[in-house]
Every structure is written in structure tokens, then in C-alpha cells.
Design a protein around this ligand. Structure first.
Ligand SMILES: CC(C)(COP(=O)(O)OP(=O)(O)OC[C@H]1O[C@@H](n2cnc3c(N)ncnc32)[C@H](O)[C@@H]1O)[C@@H](O)C(=O)NCCC(=O)NCCS
Ligand SMILES: Nc1ncnc2c1ncn2[C@@H]1O[C@H](COP(=O)(O)OP(=O)(O)OP(=O)(O)O)[C@@H](O)[C@H]1O
Length: 209
């Protein structure tokens, strides 16, 4: 599952979990990967100055880094190179634990940068949580208290959501009210359940979306 920033991935993830899916969240995996002392944190310390880390805990100053990568694509690339490999390792390990715990339970990976990192081919199907860019901006400003220009620059860090809509297998349009989204999640869940069944029939394996 992917989307754009503030398109509603976490909102849809909660609805899919309520249907029985195991959802693995790349943002949470990235948060764990940069905890003080972890390999990705050490990589960041190699090129980020001390003021990017909180003095007492050594934790990443997320707000400061988020602002910095907005305007500096070179820095964003270095941060991505330092963090993404460890996010993938974290998610792979989480996926194996999920499959061991319950091989029949569909697993959904919530990956904001799925297309930006070229990972879409690793999954049985791609679900896009879609809202028009203007709705992304409006919700991002409301949720994070960022200015409209900052929200617009944040969207520019990602591929256009209309492009992702053309590529995705399944689209959940989250631009209306939650009830409307919930109905679409019900339909997508049927599709996931069917694909899981087909996959088990053909390979007796585990489905991931
Ligand atoms: C920049 C950081 C510190 C900002 O932390 P913060 O808590 O404010 O935001 P959070 O991590 O919840 O991310 C919110 C959203 O920002 C967008 N975003 C985050 N990092 C990036 C990036 N490198 N490129 C484009 N968009 C990004 C995504 O849509 C994400 O869902 C953090 O996002 C980070 O460490 N990013 C680099 C790792 C990464 O690429 N994470 C995305 C996982 S796919
Ligand atoms: N259908 C909806 N109607 C109105 N507001 C919504 C709807 N869906 C989500 N929101 C709100 O929009 C904001 C973004 O939603 P959410 O946090 O789920 O997006 P996200 O894609 O997970 O964000 P991020 O990319 O930052 O992880 C939140 O404040 C959420 O409460």
C-alpha cells in the first residue's frame, strides 16, 4: 500500500487491520532504524552535524531534518541511502515473523516511497490511497501545522500522486468522508482475500500487498 504524504495511508491501514490484515509500516520501521546507536543512526552521524541530534538522548531532531531534506535533494539522497537499506531489513524481518505467526493472514506493507524506491515489483499488488494533490496539501497543513509553501515543497519530494494512480493495481479514493473510504476498503479487502486464496491454491504461499 502506498500514497503520497497525508493521503491517508495510516487511516486506511487502521481500516485494513480491523478487517484482519497485518500492516507493516515503513515510517515506523524507519523511526526504529534511526534510534540512537542503531547502524542507520551511526551512518547519519557520519555526515549530519551534531545539531541534527538532541543533546541528551542523541535522538534525531526529526523536525530539523525534515526541513533540511525539503530544500536539499543532495542531502535527501544521502539520508535515503543511509536509512532505506535498514528500513528494508527491518520490514523483511517483520514480514518473516508475521508469516511464521500466521501464514494465512494477508500482510500489507505501508510504504510511502514505494514507487520512488522502485519496490513496486516486489509485491503481489499495489494499493494506492489516493487524494488529489490539493487535498494532500490541505490535510498536511491541518495535521502538521506546516505552511502551504512548505506543504507544496514536501509534495515535490515525491512522485506526483496522479502518476501513482496510473500505476497502481487498486485505488482507494480517500478524498470523501471516512464512510466512503470504509466502503472502498471493504471491496479491496475482498480482492486481497481472493488473491490470497489464489496464491495459496497455486503456491500454498503467503500473500503480501
Ligand atoms: C525526514 C524525517 C526525519 C521526518 O520525520 P517525521 O517524523 O517528521 O515524518 P515521518 O517519518 O512520519 O514521515 C512522514 C512522511 O514524510 C514523507 N517522507 C519522509 N521521508 C521522505 C523522503 N526521504 N523522501 C520523500 N518523502 C519523505 C513520507 O510521505 C512520510 O510518510 C523522516 O521522515 C525520515 O527519517 N525520512 C528518511 C527515511 C525515509 O525515507 N522514510 C520514508 C519511508 S518509505
Ligand atoms: N477521509 C478523510 N477525510 C478527512 N480527513 C482525513 C481523511 N483521511 C485522513 N484524514 C486526515 O488527513 C491527515 C492525513 O491522514 P493520514 O495520517 O492517515 O495520512 P498518511 O498518508 O498516513 O500520512 P503520512 O504520509 O504523513 O504518513 C490526518 O490528519 C487524517 O486524520
Amino acid at each position: 500500500m502506498t500514497g503520497g504524504i497525508a493521503s491517508g495511508k495510516s487511516t486506511v491501514a487502521r481500516l485494513l487491520e480491523a478487517k484482519g490484515a497485518r500492516v507493516l509500516d515503513a515510517d515506523q520501521a524507519a523511526r526504529r532504524a534511526v534510534e540512537p546507536g542503531r547502524p542507520a543512526w551511526r551512518r547519519l552521524r557520519e555526515f549530519l552535524s551534531a545539531d541534527y541530534f538532541l543533546p541528551d538522548s542523541g535522538e534525531l531532531n526529526r523536525r530539523k531534518l525534515r526541513r533540511a531534506i525539503l530544500d536539499d535533494p543532495h542531502l535527501r539522497r544521502r539520508v535515503n541511502e543511509a536509512v532505506h537499506p535498514h528500513v528494508l531489513q527491518e520490514m523483511e524481518a517483520e514480514w518473516r515473523r508475521a508469516v511464521e505467526a500466521d501464514p494465512r493472514r494477508p500482510v500489507v506493507f505501508d510504504i510511502p516511497l514505494l514507487y520512488e524506491t522502485g519496490l513496486e515489483g516486489s509485491f503481489d499488488c499495489v494499493i494506492l490511497v489516493y487524494v488529489p494533490a490539493q487535498v494532500q496539501i490541505q490535510r498536511l497543513c491541518a495535521r502538521d501545522g506546516v505552511s502551504r509553501p512548505e506543504a507544496e515543497r514536501t509534495l515535490e519530494m515525491q512522485l506526483p500522486i496522479e502518476q501513482k494512480r496510473a500505476w497502481a493495481n487498486l485505488v482507494i479514493d480517500n478524498s470523501q468522508d471516512l464512510e466512503n473510504t470504509r466502503r472502498q476498503v471493504d471491496a479491496v479487502w475482498q480482492e486481497i482475500a481472493m488473491r490470497s486464496q489464489d496464491k495459496r491454491t497455486i503456491h500454498g504461499g503467503q500473500t503480501q500487498a
